[in-house]
Ligand binder design. Structure first.
Ligand code: ZN
Length: 66
């Protein structure tokens, strides 16, 4: 049994769904604009870069963007 939450040091996002709250604190690393979730990718509303989500963790790296 795995317990959800932040009991394990360091790994906070693993059991967490990507929700609006998380999207609110994320920003595009390229242009700092707001992002939205689309087809399990984080999509920048301004430049349109798409960042992958791996195991529930958004990978907000310009090098990983499509
Ligand atoms: Zn952007």
């Amino acid at each position: 049994m795995r317990k959800a939450g932040a009991n394990c040091a360091g790994v906070v996002f693993v059991d967490k769904m990507i929700d609006k709250e998380l999207l609110n604190i994320l920003a595009c690393p390229a242009c700092k604009a707001d992002v939205e979730l689309k087809d399990n990718k984080i999509v920048c509303k301004k430049c349109g870069r798409r960042y992958p989500v791996r195991e529930g963790i958004p990978v907000m790296l310009i090098d990983e963007a499509e």
